[in-house]
Ligand binder design. Structure first.
Ligand code: FAD
Length: 327
């Protein structure tokens, strides 16, 4: 039976197949021209890691992201590397760059010094975060004269004489932050960040789009009207994803475990399956009206590049001289 006949005669299909087709993961309308993507990278800690990041940036820069962000270690291990990575990317690419910044365990003065360093390095976009302090420290890891929450950090940046010059993103949690008192309290805390002057919300990654849709509606109902950009995690290694998700509170649906779990030893096949999963997720979000996507690239370009192409974002040739030793 042809696919066309299946679509037009759903009565002859099993219910599960009909429901799946009804979700229309593949283009139901022409590809839209108005999709925006952004990419997250992490600072490499080895020479080989620097080379991988260089190759990754070289491939993904061609998709003309609205910005590329570099993560920042709340524990202190990667902070200088973040600045160094941003400096190399600034030198060697035309990308709009964003530096992540955490405030936990630091005095307000120390945090502001990093803001100064970003500014003098030409980085005006900041992803403002609380970060996670090591468990068991005094005062929940907040320094006596530090910012206790990301909302305080956003206020701290906006209250600088040059505070309006910054473009500030903050984090949102479709499945609720694991340490939040309740889902409502989490939305209230997000609203506080927005009222403090955030420009957009980048979400934690998730795999069940219903979680995102519910979160989106609750944000809008709470008067949060800035862009809410879903964080998309193309799965490059399932075992690592499981470990990481347990820490950050992201749920891995059982169907994903069935699909990807047995494939860690077969990375080529896993990549193909993971690309399909990411593409279906983004297509479904497109149907919900989402036009901006933030990719957790894990410094690997293939799955993000494939998903961008499926979204209709085409690479354009760019003049780039990304150094071999990024970071
Ligand atoms: P906030 O906005 O201050 O809090 C968010 C919610 O968590 C609130 O509901 C708050 O009440 C609750 N909460 C947080 N901590 C506690 C606590 N200790 N006790 C009780 N409730 C608490 N981390 C990094 O270290 N470096 C990064 O570069 C980085 N980038 C990120 C990028 C994105 C897009 C996202 C979604 C997360 C990122 N994180 C990063 C992780 C982030 O630092 C943690 O999720 C952190 O726990 C909360 O940060 P926040 O800015 O959301 O905090």
């Amino acid at each position: 039976m042809s696919r066309e006949r299946e679509v037009h005669q759903p009565g002859v299909l099993g219910l599960a197949a009909a429901e799946r087709l009804a979700r229309r993961p593949w283009p139901a309308r022409p590809i839209r021209p108005d999709i925006e993507v952004s990419f997250e990278f992490f600072p490499p800690s080895t020479e080989a890691g620097g080379q991988s990041l260089g190759e990754c940036v070289r491939e993904l820069a061609a998709f003309a992201p609205s910005f590329a962000s570099v993560t920042y270690g709340a524990g202190g291990s990667t902070q200088l590397k973040t600045l160094a990575t941003l400096a190399v990317l600034r030198e060697s690419t035309e990308l709009g760059l964003a530096g992540h910044l955490t405030c936990v365990a630091k005095s307000a003065g120390e945090v502001q010094q990093v803001v100064d360093a970003y500014l003098s390095g030409g980085v005006r976009r900041i992803v403002a975060l609380r970060g996670d302090a090591p468990e068991g420290g005094p005062n929940g890891g907040v320094a006596p004269d530090g910012y206790a929450t990301a909302a305080e950090l956003v206020r701290g940046i906006r209250s600088r004489p040059d505070g309006d010059a910054f473009d500030i993103s903050v984090a949102g949690y479709p499945e609720t932050h694991p340490k939040a008192q309740s889902a409502d309290a989490d939305i209230e805390s997000l609203k506080e960040k927005v009222d403090a002057g955030a420009d957009r919300i980048l979400t934690q990654y998730f795999f069940d789009n219903d979680d995102f849709r519910r979160f989106f509606e609750r944000c809008r109902a709470a008067g949060i009207n800035i862009p809410i950009i879903p964080g998309i995690m193309p799965v490059t290694n399932f075992a690592r994803l499981q470990r990481f998700s347990a820490r950050c509170g992201a749920t891995i649906p059982s169907w994903m475990e069935e699909l990807l779990g047995p494939l860690d030893d077969d990375p080529a096949v896993q990549r193909l399956v993971a690309a399909t999963v990411a593409a279906e997720q983004c297509r479904d979000l497109l149907e919900f009206g989402i036009r901006q996507f933030h990719f957790y690239t894990m410094n690997k370009p293939e799955l993000t590049a494939a998903t961008c192409r499926i979204l209709g974002v085409r690479p354009a040739p760019v003049a780039l001289d990304v150094r071999e030793d990024v970071g």
